[in-house]
Design a protein around this ligand. Structure first.
Ligand code: NI
Length: 184
């Protein structure tokens, strides 16, 4: 297990469509190692999600925090291979997002508050989960990475785009220090 370098905006993998993973590839040692590395890398970066293109690999794989951390307990992460994400309704909610490949910035992004996540787990077993709120937002963000889309593309306008330290000052002012943004 190794922490890999997270590529930043400008790297072509972030603007490419990723390839689906074949069953043979999924069973291979190199792909299982990639999944281990994605898990190690997202934990090291203190992110809530990470997609393979963010380490320069154009394959349809992401990891996300499936069980958020609680006091004293680290979060749990799940890998999803060849995912699809279906919104449960047309509804959209705005909340803050950031991206490990676009350091230090945050912006308000509309996302569906409830989605169904389909795909395969790392052993090839089907995944079918109904996700809401913060976790639904994270998987929409990571899914976009597999199609060359970044959260800046999803912003309706750029007026809320802010540096993280300014954002934290804003939150302090509003006495919402308990809130944080989804960074993946
Ligand atoms: Ni991201």
């Amino acid at each position: 297990m190794a922490v890999r370098k997270i590529v930043r905006l400008g790297h072509p993998a972030l603007r490419s469509r990723s390839e689906a993973v074949t069953p043979e590839e999924l069973a291979s040692a190199s792909l299982q190692e990639l999944i281990d590395d994605l898990l190690a890398t997202v934990v090291e970066a203190e992110g809530v999600g990470l997609a393979a293109p963010q380490v320069g690999v154009k394959l349809q794989i992401f990891v996300y925090e499936s069980e958020p951390q609680t006091e004293g307990e680290p979060g749990r992460y799940e890998a999803v291979i060849n995912p699809s994400v279906e919104p449960e309704s047309e509804e959209l909610e705005y909340d803050w997002e950031g991206c490990l490949s676009i350091p230090d910035l945050r912006g308000l992004v509309p996302r569906h508050p409830e989605v169904r996540l389909f795909g395969l787990d790392r052993h090839g077993a089907p995944i079918d989960r109904l996700l809401t709120g913060f976790t639904a937002r994270v998987v929409q963000h990571e899914f976009d990475h597999l199609h060359g889309v970044i959260y800046l593309d999803r912003m309706r306008d750029l007026h809320s785009l802010t540096y993280e330290d300014e954002f934290e000052a804003l939150l302090d002012e509003a006495e919402q220090a308990g809130e944080s943004s989804a960074v993946g």
